[in-house]
Design a protein around this ligand. Structure first.
Ligand SMILES: [Zn+2]
Length: 465
């Protein structure tokens, strides 16, 4: 491998020894020449251990294993073990040789579509931020605004300038959905996907699409970092991920945050005018967001406990405006997703609401067939999907109604409810859709979600929704 290839391969990463595909002599040579440097894997600061890859300093997340090299035991980090073991007695490596030269593309975008006025405005702002090397820009776009398309001009600009790009998103499902769309839009640009189960873990392309977790492998790597769904779990809940994102970008770089439901810290910064942002209040098809309806069902908790379908749900099914629309049924727990499927199947089939018992499925985070089931629903091979919050965001089905059972449950916070409601009415051919919250007492989250959807519609120019 030439020096240039090596730099493309290894620059911007924090590497374990086994991730460097060079023999020991070659590596030692490069270390002597100053092309690589070693860094300690686990540091001791103020008597506390810290993992230098994931930043973990929770002492209970360190453990010991016997070390084959020095015949004693050694500490390792349990927190980031799924990306290869960080062992105290083995250094990690960073590339300190020549900087990689990435390609400058003259005209990289092969997308033929046209942005709406609202999308174009956000896209222009993003291009400006990249040109000016502004540090941060938040794009607040309602569910269904078409934010992936909005990114195309910014990514085009970055590729023209020979920048290295990473689009990070919290969930592997979304990486899998984004990859073909980006490949289609940038046909001549090599793009790699990086997530827990991805085929390759190389992550050496100029343009990467990765789960936020995978950012832990990088340091000073990206000129443009796009963080999709910045408000979402686990980016929101796991401190190591903002730490990783911050480290993965270069000192001179632009970070674009995308969100439909910004969290308090970002709202506060926007209000104080120390976070530049652009708001996209209109869905790409120009119709307002569907406003969720609330339906009281006093027995709902007891019904679900006994795996019975609540009466209120059956009543609603009897009066659906478009009965043949596909239906997403959200339940609060994995257990319910598993246990309720039999009752739903029986009810829907016996009432003729599904053509056969195979037209309904359930899906949850631990489901091994999750990808296939989502794809089958997308292909309309099934018409009803019972799901947990795993499908609350990032996935697009053109034409669905959405029912949430036990919408007052703690897992359905304001952002989750807004996101779930945003699954409905996403296609220009069917821009409306019903969203219904079944509950046994309204919660703040429900009220606030409905208020915020109304407020977004108002900002989008829909005076009455
Ligand atoms: Zn770690």
């Amino acid at each position: 491998m030439y020096q240039l290839d090596l730099s493309r391969h290894y620059a911007g990463k924090i590497l374990l020894r086994q991730e460097i595909l060079l023999d020991e002599d070659k590596l030692q040579q490069l270390l002597q020449k100053g092309n690589f440097q070693t860094i300690p894997s686990i540091n001791k600061r103020n008597l506390k251990y810290q993992c230098e890859r994931c930043g973990n300093h929770k002492q209970s997340l360190f453990a010991n294993i016997p070390c084959y090299k020095c015949k004693s035991t050694h500490r390792y980090c349990r927190k980031c073990i799924d990306m290869g073991r960080v062992l105290e007695c083995e250094s990690m490596y960073v590339w300190t040789g020549e900087k990689p030269k990435w390609d400058h593309y003259e005209n990289p975008c092969s997308w033929q579509g046209k942005l709406t006025i609202a999308q174009q405005k956000a896209a222009n702002r993003m291009v400006e931020a990249i040109k000016q090397e502004e540090k941060e820009l938040l794009i607040w776009a309602v569910c269904g605004a078409g934010k992936t398309e909005m990114l195309f001009p910014g990514i085009t600009e970055a590729l023209k300038q020979g920048k290295r790009i990473c689009m990070a998103t919290p969930r592997a499902d979304v990486v899998r959905e984004l990859l073909p769309r980006m490949q289609h839009a940038f046909e001549d640009v090599p793009i790699q996907a990086l997530y827990g189960g991805s085929e390759t873990k190389e992550g050496t392309a100029q343009f990467l699409i990765a789960t936020t977790h995978q950012l832990l492998r990088y340091k000073d790597a990206f000129d443009l970092l796009v963080i999709d769904e910045v408000d979402a779990f686990p980016f929101h809940a796991d401190q190591s991920l903002p730490y990783a994102a911050n480290r993965a970008k270069k000192a001179r770089s632009t970070t674009i945050y995308l969100t439909a439901t910004p969290r308090k810290n970002h709202v506060r910064r926007m209000k104080r005018k120390n976070l530049p942002h652009v708001f996209v209040p209109i869905r790409f098809h120009g119709y307002p967001l569907p406003i969720p309806k609330k339906q009281i069902s006093f027995s709902i908790k007891k019904d679900l406990e006994k795996n019975r379908v609540p009466k209120a749900f059956i009543n609603w099914m009897n009066h659906r405006k478009v009965p043949d629309r596909q239906l997403l049924i959200f339940v609060p727990t994995i257990k319910l997703a598993k246990n309720m499927i039999a009752a739903f199947t029986k009810l829907l089939y016996s009432n003729g609401w599904i053509e056969s018992e195979n037209m309904i499925a359930s899906v949850h985070a631990d489901d091994e067939e999750r990808e296939e089931k989502v794809q089958q629903f997308r292909n309309k091979e099934t018409t009803v999907l019972v799901t947990t919050t795993i499908l609350e965001r990032g996935v697009t089905f053109p034409s669905v109604d959405v029912a949430i059972l036990d919408a007052g449950h703690i897992v359905f916070d304001e952002a989750a409810l807004v996101q779930i409601a945003g699954r409905a009415g996403r296609s220009v051919d069917d821009p409306t859709g019903e969203v219904i919250f079944f509950h046994d007492g309204k919660t703040n989250a429900m009220e606030m979600a409905i208020e915020s959807i109304k407020a977004m519609n108002k900002r989008g120019g829909f005076s009455k929704a």
